[in-house]
Design a protein. Structure first.
Length: 122
């Protein structure tokens, strides 16, 4: 009957290890979007963007930065800028990675969806 005891021990060890892991992740700095970048330094704390691309270098990551002209608002002026690169691909003359929010090399509807979600409603 020793096999039973050893499997119980293994179960206890596994459970204890799991508890330690979850304890450790609570103890460390928060990473709400689970992209591996601590929220304190994450340039898009609400969006999983492990690569942290920031094409215009303003401190807000491409994944959550639709204020292309950096005037503090996401509005029709930014939509106009976006339209100039819509439907372009990396390598195209009109492609600019600031508009490529999901960094997939294409500026398309999914990038526009993020622009819409960040627009201040006009
Ligand atoms: Ca993030
Ligand atoms: Ca930016
Ligand atoms: Ca703007
Ligand atoms: Ca894209």
């Amino acid at each position: 009957m020793t096999w039973k005891r050893s499997s119980l021990h293994r179960w206890i060890a596994t459970a204890a290890f799991g508890a330690c892991l979850s304890f450790a992740s609570v103890g460390l700095a928060a990473d709400l979007d689970l992209d591996g970048v601590d929220d304190s330094v994450d340039n898009c704390a609400g969006v999983a963007n492990g690569a942290q691309y920031d094409s215009d270098g303003d401190g807000a990551g491409d994944a959550c930065d639709a204020d292309y002209n950096n005037d503090g608002a996401v509005d029709s002026l930014d939509v106009e800028l976006f339209q100039g690169s819509f439907n372009s691909e990396a390598g195209d003359e009109s492609y600019d990675s600031v508009f490529d929010h999901n960094s997939d090399g294409q500026i398309d509807g999914s990038d526009f969806a993020l622009l819409q979600s960040l627009a201040s409603g006009n």
